[in-house]
Design a binder for this molecule. Structure first.
Ligand code: PLP
Length: 444
C-alpha cells in the first residue's frame, strides 16, 4: 500500500480526537467515521457495517468501490486529472454529447460546473441572460437548492419552515429576495383540498404571484420535481403541467432542479418521467459516480453563456469527474440500472405500506424509484410531526446496521435512498431493520 495511505488508514482513535480539533464542518447529519464501502454497504473505523440508505448525500448511484469506475479513473488520471475551463477536452465533449442525447426535447447544450449550488446559480444566470428586463425569481415553499447564497435564498433553510430559523440567518444581508409560492404538498394541502380532484390552488398562487406579487417580469421559476430535502414531496404531474402553462403565459423560464431526481426516480430525468419539459435542467450529486461535478442542460432556444468571464470556475472542467460520469452512464445503460431502480423501489414501497398498517405513526409513504420518504406523525388525526421519534428510529436503525436519511422541512421524514444497484434481498434487509427500529421506538 502507498506509504501515505498507510498513514491515513492507520490513524488511531487518539489521532482522530486530535485531528478533529483542526476541522470545521458547516452542516450535515453526523454519522460514523467511514473507512470503506462495497456495493450498498459501508464500514466504519470499528469494523461495523451498514447498508447505506443515504448513498452518502444521495450521490453514490452505483454504490461503493465500483471497480469499473475505479479502473477508468486510474487509467485516465495517469493522463489528465484537471484541465482549465477555457481549453477543450475529449471527456468534456463526450459527456456533453451523451447528456444531450439523453435529455428530452430540445434541451441539448450542457455547461459544466463544480457543484449543485453553483449549477443552480448558473441556471439563474442563464435565466437572467434570456430575460434581460427581469431581476426576480420564484421558488416553492420547502424547496432546497443549496447553501451557496443565491441558492439558499430560494431554499427553506432561509425561512422558518421547520419552526425555527437555521444558521442561514447569519448571512441575511447577502441573501436575495426570492418569492416563494405554495408547494403541492398533498398530504398536508394548505388549501384543505383532496389530491387528484383539487383545483390546483397552489399552481394558481404562482399565477397570482406573477401578476401581483413581483416587481416586473420574473426571470425563472425553480422547481425540484421531487422536493427532496423539504420532505420527499412528489410533485403531481398535473401540477407541473399547469406550472408549465403558467410559465409559458408569463414568459418565465422553468428550471428543474434535477440534482436528486436524475436516475434516482428510475428515469434519466424527471422531465421524461413526467412528460413535462423545463427550459433548463440542473444536475449534480449522483451525476459524477461519486466525483464532484454538476451541470446545467439548456434548451436550444435559449442564449447560453458568452466567453467574457460570465461563468468561470477553476475546476469546472474536471476531467476525472467527467470520465466517471460518462462511465456511470455506460454502466447504467448496460446493466438496466434504471429498471432495477423502478422495480426495487416499488417493492420497498409495497412492503412499507404493510408496515404502515401495523404502525399508524407512519403518516405517509412517498416513493418514486429509489427516492423514498416515510413521514412520521404523532397521530393520524392531527398529523402532528413526530420529530423526536423519527430521529430515534434513525438512531436505532444505525445500531442495527442501516443508515437512514433524516430530513424534511418539518424534520419528520425518514429517507430511504440507497444506491440504485440495491437488490431485492438487500431491500428485505432494510425493511427488516426498519421494522425492528420502529418497534423499539414506538412499541417498547
Ligand atoms: C435538490 C438539490 N438541489 C441543490 C443542492 C445543492 O447541491 P450541492 O450540495 O452540491 O451544492 C442539493 C443538495 O443537497 C439538492 O438536494
Amino acid at each position: 500500500m502507498d506509504s501515505l495511505l498507510q498513514k491515513i488508514y492507520r490513524m488511531t482513535r487518539n489521532d482522530i480526537v486530535e485531528a478533529r480539533k483542526h476541522l470545521v464542518v458547516g452542516g450535515g447529519t453526523p454519522g460514523p467515521t467511514l473507512v470503506r464501502g462495497k456495493g450498498v454497504r459501508v464500514w466504519d473505523v470499528d469494523g461495523k457495517s451498514y447498508i447505506d440508505c443515504t448513498s452518502q448525500s444521495w450521490a453514490m448511484y452505483l454504490g461503493f468501490g465500483n471497480e469499473e469506475i475505479a479502473e477508468a479513473l486510474y487509467e485516465h488520471s495517469k493522463n489528465m486529472t484537471h484541465i482549465h475551463q477555457g481549453f477543450d477536452s475529449l471527456p468534456r465533449f463526450y459527456l456533453a454529447r451523451e447528456l444531450a442525447k439523453l435529455a428530452p426535447g430540445t434541451l441539448n447544450r450542457v455547461s459544466f460546473t463544480v457543484g449543485g449550488g453553483p449549477a443552480i446559480e448558473a441556471a439563474m444566470k442563464i435565466a437572467l441572460r434570456n430575460r434581460k428586463t427581469s431581476k426576480e425569481f420564484i421558488a416553492l415553499w420547502d424547496a432546497y437548492h443549496g447553501t451557496i447564497l443565491s441558492a439558499a435564498s430560494a431554499s427553506w433553510i432561509a425561512t422558518q419552515a421547520s419552526g425555527r430559523f437555521t444558521g442561514q440567518q447569519n448571512f441575511l444581508h447577502m441573501l436575495h429576495t426570492v418569492h416563494r409560492v405554495p408547494n403541492p404538498y398533498c398530504y398536508r394541502c394548505y388549501f384543505g383540498q383532496q389530491p387528484d380532484t383539487c383545483d390546483l390552488m397552489c399552481a394558481e398562487m404562482l399565477r397570482l404571484t406573477l401578476q401581483r406579487g413581483v416587481n416586473g417580469p420574473a426571470a425563472g421559476l425553480l422547481v425540484e420535481p421531487v422536493q427532496a430535502s423539504g420532505g420527499q414531496i412528489i410533485l403531481p404531474k398535473r401540477y407541473l403541467e399547469r406550472v408549465r402553462q403558467i410559465c409559458n403565459e408569463f414568459g418565465v423560464l422553468l428550471i428543474y432542479d434535477e440534482i436528486q431526481t436524475y436516475c434516482r426516480i428510475g428515469e434519466w430525468f424527471a422531465a421524461i418521467h413526467y412528460g413535462v419539459y423545463p427550459d433548463i435542467i440542473v444536475l449534480g450529486k449522483g451525476l459524477g459516480g461519486g466525483l464532484p461535478i454538476a451541470a446545467i442542460i439548456i434548451d436550444d432556444k435559449l442564449e447560453s453563456f458568452g466567453m467574457d468571464v460570465e461563468e468561470l470556475h477553476t475546476f469546472a472542467n474536471n476531467s476525472l469527474a467527467q470520465v466517471a460520469a460518462a462511465k456511470q452512464i455506460e454502466i447504467i445503460e448496460r446493466d438496466g440500472v434504471l429498471e432495477n431502480t423502478r422495480r426495487v423501489g416499488a417493492y420497498l414501497a409495497e412492503h412499507l405500506q404493510s408496515l404502515q398498517q401495523e404502525f399508524p405513526e407512519i403518516g405517509d409513504i412517498r416513493q418514486v424509484g429509489l427516492h423514498i420518504g416515510v413521514e412520521f406523525i404523532q397521530d393520524p388525526k392531527t398529523k402532528e410531526p413526530a420529530v423526536d421519534k423519527c430521529v430515534q428510529i434513525r438512531d436505532e436503525g444505525m445500531k442495527l446496521g442501516a443508515i437512514f436519511g433524516l430530513g424534511g422541512a418539518r424534520r419528520n421524514v425518514l429517507k430511504i435512498k440507497p444506491p440504485l444497484i440495491l437488490k431485492l434481498d438487500e431491500a428485505d434487509e432494510i425493511l427488516d431493520i426498519l421494522r425492528q427500529a420502529i418497534r423499539r421506538v414506538l412499541r417498547s
